[in-house]
Design a protein. Structure first.
Lengths: 245, 269
């Protein structure tokens, strides 16, 4: 890949982080007034909002399952989310795939059997993007589901680990994502320590992958603590103060 | 947005409650008829956009992002820039919003916002797009995307405030004639906005005319009217929604629109 771009100089990454540092992360719940639950995640240059509706009537009705709620997910990116050209709004091939893998994260932990014939909608919008939007989306959606009071078997958060200039680095930024050797986005359940999402592109050895997963597991503890704090804080205030972008 | 039988019954009940209260001189949230809910506008909230603003009126939250690009001019206007407004009702903004292509309501909102800005700031002399000509066959384009994040009524005025906020925030990227691309981390200046058109929306419930209707008041309303006015004393756009207004009602509303838009404009400056 592009070798001319140095991503690590003297052990520091281009944004000054060490290999095991997360970008600054802020999680807030209850940012939307209409949704049944919501969360906002600012993670480095990412700004992601998630809103939950449901359990509510399943539409179309023929999809309804008499044994459990359907979990549905829609991940989209705003046309102004990237530094480059004006994007197209609405779903595209990339966002359709991401919506599916995120849904498959939450199908594992939502206690859907409690709500037969209904659906639970997870809507995620990336307002501003800087690499790692899908893991930010998962982190936001999990906090939003908790905010909505949806029963869950476990909590989940996302984090990506990758390889840049031969070093395994935590929480890839945009440049590292674009020019690094590989990218492994993961979602990890807090109690079960299971990988509810793992994707990968680029090249890694088995040893490197093991390191990547270990780093993600360690980081997930920190992220989970922040999710818990965001959900707890929600109960300190009565009224939503809205989005703080 | 199909309305179920349950919704229709609820509308009738809410309408009678809202109307009864108005007849006693009360609004459901204790506001005066011409009083807006708390307003805030924050500019420069999206780093990846050339300009952005989030406007909040009460519990309604609308984000507008402005992106610039190079474009081919329209054949009949080879020297003029392109200005385009789009609107997305995000499904997370209200339980009645469904995923899918823009419906008639979101298209209308985009077009009403577009018309106010286009009439005042894009067409005619001192247009904000007059310096958008780059070279033969190439001009700059300005895209406004209205992102509705929370719909608790009066999206039109919130979108208008956020749109003007985003335009005021725009930093025009430099054009590199050699590569024929925009240099996004360098700027050639700001847009020269002169008129700052702001929309003000009225709902008529029975004999009462209300500013800044909530979603519930809008469901109870017989008629809806949006008037966009500039700081130079001109009307830039009007759009009647449902229902009917008399001549005098419209003219009275215009007076209020000028007064209210002057108040609203302070929040974007």
């Amino acid at each position: 890949m592009a070798e001319e771009k140095k991503l690590i100089i003297n052990g520091k990454r281009i944004d000054g982080r060490s290999p095991d540092d997360l970008r600054p992360l802020r999680i807030e719940t209850g940012v939307l007034n209409e949704a049944d639950g919501s969360a906002f995640v600012q993670w480095g240059g990412n700004k992601i909002v998630a809103g939950i509706y449901g359990p509510r009537e399943c539409i179309p009705k023929h999809e309804a399952n008499p044994y459990k709620a359907l979990v549905k997910c829609r991940y989209t990116m705003s046309p102004f989310a990237s530094k480059e050209e004006h994007g197209r709004s609405g779903p595209n091939r990339r966002s359709i795939e991401i919506s599916k893998v995120i849904r498959e994260v939450f199908e594992n932990i939502v206690v859907a059997e409690l709500y037969p014939m209904t659906q639970i909608d997870i809507f995620i919008d990336v307002l501003q993007a800087e690499g790692g939007t899908r893991v930010g989306a998962i982190t936001a959606a999990a906090a939003a589901l908790a905010d909505a009071g949806i029963p869950m078997r476990d909590m989940v958060c996302g984090v990506a680990v990758g390889k840049a200039d031969g070093t395994i680095v935590l929480d890839l930024g945009k440049e590292e994502d674009n020019f690094g050797e590989s990218d492994v986005p993961m979602a990890i359940s807090n109690r079960g320590k299971e990988l509810l999402l793992i994707q990968m592109d680029g090249l890694l050895t088995k040893e490197e992958l093991a390191i990547a997963i270990d780093k993600a597991m360690a980081a997930s503890e920190k992220i989970h603590a922040m999710q818990t704090e965001a959900i707890t804080k929600r109960y300190e205030k009565l009224e939503s103060e809205g989005l703080k972008l | 947005m199909a309305e179920s039988a349950k919704d229709l019954v609820m509308h009738d009940i809410k309408r009678s409650v809202i109307l009864d209260m108005l007849n006693k001189g009360q609004r459901m949230d204790d506001r005066a008829p011409d009083q807006y809910r708390p307003i805030s506008v924050q500019k420069g909230v999206i780093d990846t956009a050339e300009g952005s603003a989030i406007a909040k009126i009460g519990k309604t939250q609308i984000l507008v992002g402005a992106k610039m690009a190079t474009a081919t001019p329209f054949p009949d206007r080879p020297k003029e820039g392109v200005f385009s407004v789009n609107c997305e009702f995000l499904p997370l903004a209200n339980s009645s919003f469904e995923p899918g292509p823009p419906d008639e309501d979101s298209i209308e909102l985009a077009r009403v916002t577009d018309r106010g800005i286009r009439s005042a700031e894009v067409e005619g002399d001192n247009s904000i797009t007059e310096n958008f000509f780059l070279e033969e066959g190439k001009v700059m384009a300005l895209f406004l995307d209205i992102y509705v994040l929370d719909h608790s009524g009066n999206m039109t005025d919130s979108a208008s405030l956020a749109a003007i906020g985003a335009l005021l925030d725009v930093k025009i990227p430099k054009y590199d004639p050699d590569t024929k691309t925009l240099i996004r981390n360098e700027t050639s200046g700001k847009l020269g906005l002169k008129h700052l058109p702001i929309a003000t929306t009225f709902a008529k419930v029975g004999q009462h005319t209300l500013c800044d209707p909530t979603r519930e008041e809008m469901l109870a309303a017989d008629a809806k009217l949006t008037i966009t006015t500039t700081q130079n004393g001109q009307i830039a756009a009007m759009q009647k929604g449902k229902g009917a207004f008399t001549r005098d009602e419209v003219l009275d509303a215009v007076d209020v629109a000028f007064k209210k838009s002057a108040e609203l404009r302070k929040y974007v400056l």
